[in-house]
Design a protein around this ligand. Structure first.
Ligand code: TXA
Ligand code: MG
Length: 374
């Protein structure tokens, strides 16, 4: 890391009070002058810089420790801004009408004013209009689109609380707007928009079902990177997706099987002194007496709560001493569950244990070459 810079940490709630408005005006000024500002959004916190400034984008990559071939999302304050930065079409506006402001990112052909350093050299740009009032006020006051990846150090789960952000980025950015915990807790849905269909590249709170309800099933294609491990020569449509991601330090294993098979497998594993468990609320009574390394992500039938808590849990495992392996429930893939499943499966490198068919093998410990880069 380069020499640490002084990071100003500014408490914010909803951006409405006179004090907050003055703070947001200073933060906007910082963005316009090429500085870096972390801000809350409804999905996860973002690490923002002026999307029209090629140098600012380079600083974002440096602050995160992220490879510069992984493109950034540009955040706008109003749907009217979009035309200036990308080539829109009818489908784009249908989607914007239905889901903006909100957790949907649309990939479109870019206009020349967006520097190549923002898009990792691609001819397309990812555009999002967040609903969070602080994010919206900051972008509006800046008067420029804000390029922002999730505000975590490369390789860490995306930050959903101000504490995560301060932990990862103090000394690396000019300002942190320290607000409430992120409402959703997982990053936005990313789609590539063509003339008459969309490709779902990253599931999020705007769900596959939501997209199908608007466009019809035939017009929504789920890219295989959402549910499969891709290796070798496969070139993903979204460069960030090729990296191992969201991974805690200990290897994660997804448990498959019937309810009884999974529960008896977990009970057996409580004998391992360094086993961690990521389970549903209703499993906890079974486990808490025997394993202190048990975290719950919500009820099995509450995928919104699982989304809200998943990254908190993954970070919490890293804080526990001596967790050798994390055994995790496999979330349902319905609704926002697909996003929970996708993030957890990526954390696990898509490694699955069939609980009814042990013997299983332990995954290897992570090597440096495996590190995530989101
Ligand atoms: O919720 C979110 O989307 C958060 C908040 C801060 O808005 N941002 C976020 O950004 O998650 P990031 O950079 O961590 O993830 C953006 C993803 C990456 O996987 C990247 O590869 C993909 O979007 N992406 C960005 N531009 C793209 C493009 N032009 N073509 C394909 N994929 C793109
Ligand atoms: Mg990210």
């Amino acid at each position: 890391m380069e020499t640490p810079i002084a990071t100003e940490i500014i408490p914010v709630r909803d951006g409405k009070s006179i004090t907050e408005q003055a703070d947001l005006a200073r933060a906007a000024d910082c963005i316009r002058r090429g500085g870096l500002v972390v801000f809350p959004t409804e999905t996860v916190y973002g690490l923002g810089g002026n999307a029209l400034d090629a140098e600012a984008a380079k600083h974002i990559y440096a602050a995160k420790g992220r490879p510069s071939d992984n493109p950034l999302i540009i955040h706008i304050a109003d749907v009217d801004w979009a035309e200036e930065y990308c080539h829109t079409n009818e489908l784009f506006y249908r989607l914007a009408c239905a889901f903006w402001p909100g957790p949907l990112t649309m990939i479109m052909k870019k206009r020349d004013c967006i520097p190549a350093s923002v898009t990792g050299g691609l001819e397309t740009v990812a555009v999002r209009l967040p609903s969070d009032p602080v994010a919206n006020a900051l972008i509006r006051l800046s008067g420029v689109p804000i390029a922002a990846p999730s505000a975590n150090l490369s390789g860490h789960p995306s930050p959903t609380t101000k504490e995560h952000v301060i932990h990862d980025l103090s000394g690396r950015v000019d300002m942190i707007l320290a607000g409430e915990p992120s409402e959703i807790g997982l990053e936005s849905t990313v789609i590539k928009v063509e003339d008459d269909r969309v490709f779902l590249l990253r599931p999020g709170a705007v769900t596959y079902e939501d997209l199908c309800a608007l466009l019809g099933e035939d017009h929504v294609v789920v890219d295989r990177i959402v549910t499969e491990k891709v290796t070798g020569d496969f070139v993903p449509m979204s460069p960030g997706m090729k990296y191992r991601h969201y991974a805690p330090k200990a290897p994660v294993l997804l448990l498959h099987g019937t309810e009884d098979e999974i529960l008896s497998y977990i009970q057996e594993k409580t004998k391992e002194p360094d086993a961690g468990f990521l389970v549903y609320d209703e499993d906890a009574p079974l486990l808490s007496a025997v394993s202190a390394r048990t975290l719950t992500m919500g009820r099995g039938d509450d995928p919104a709560m699982q989304a809200h808590r998943l990254f908190l849990c993954l970070r919490a495992f890293d804080e526990m001493p001596d967790v050798g392996c994390i055994y995790a429930r496999t979330p349902s893939r319905a609704g926002i569950g697909l996003a929970v499943y996708n993030r957890l499966a990526k954390a696990a490198g898509f490694t699955v244990v069939e609980c009814g068919k042990a013997p299983e093998t332990m995954p290897e410990k992570r090597s440096e070459g495996d590190l995530a880069h989101e």
